[in-house]
Design a protein around this ligand. Structure first.
Ligand code: G3P
Length: 222
């Protein structure tokens, strides 16, 4: 299973990368907005420069999202973003227009991540259009009393049925149990916020056991 970090923060990306288990990065316009200090003077060139910095830190796919609703404009933006670095993956919303852009990119060797996916039919379309990744937003489904993990199960089954190569990238992860469930279902990737990544290694019995071992080894006083 691949672990991506879901953030645009360079500090968080560096910290997660130092753990040695990071395979890629996903960003979106909301995550980018969080790292912008002066929104009035943040240009598209600044956005591209930020994506380039992320690519320098992590040797793996880096999703950069288009910020327009029309396929033609998504294609123009996506081609510009793809030129930043070979690891850039163009994140397109799974709308009718987004689907056209995904098809264009997949036919022209540009990698894509179909985002804002909330149904199995959207995921099926993403695979048929040749998306490299599909991003079901499970936390946002849970937020409206709909089982987000059930969508992951459906997508994994559908893709297995037909041998689609599109990787299931579980997004909108809110807690470690989401990561466990995604792994149990055979999802290819989990994109995880830093706060959740930092919880994955924690266990109170590990802390308790370690304290006792350190005491018995004379490293710390009881
Ligand atoms: O990157 C997209 C996704 O992970 C967003 O998560 O927490 O805003 O629903 P969230």
């Amino acid at each position: 299973m691949k672990f991506f970090i879901d953030t645009a923060s360079l500090d968080e990306i560096r910290a997660a990368n130092e753990l040695g288990v990071l395979d890629g990065v996903t960003t979106n316009p909301s995550l980018i907005a969080k790292i912008v200090e002066d929104p009035d003077n943040f240009t598209y060139a600044d956005f591209k420069a930020h994506i380039a910095k992320i690519c320098e830190i992590v040797d793996g796919p880096v999703s950069a999202e288009v910020t327009t609703l029309k396929a033609e404009e998504m294609i123009a933006q996506g081609e510009e973003l793809a030129a930043i670095h070979e690891n850039v993956v163009i994140k397109c919303p799974l709308t009718v227009e987004g689907l056209k852009a995904i098809k264009h990119f997949s036919s022209n060797g540009i990698k894509t991540n179909a985002t804002l996916v909330f149904s199995p039919t959207q995921a099926l379309l993403a695979a048929k259009a040749g998306a490299n990744f599909v991003s079901p937003f499970i936390g946002r489904l849970d937020d409206i009393s709909t089982n987000g993990m059930e969508l992951v199960r459906q997508i994994v089954t559908i893709y297995d049925n037909y041998g689609y190569l599109t990787e299931v990238l579980v997004a909108s992860i809110r807690h470690p149990l989401h990561v466990v469930e995604a792994a149990m279902m055979g999802a290819d990737v989990a994109t995880i916020p830093y706060a959740v990544i930092s919880k994955l290694a924690n266990h109170p019995l590990t802390d308790q056991g370690l304290e006792k071992f350190m005491e018995d080894a004379g490293v710390i006083k009881p």
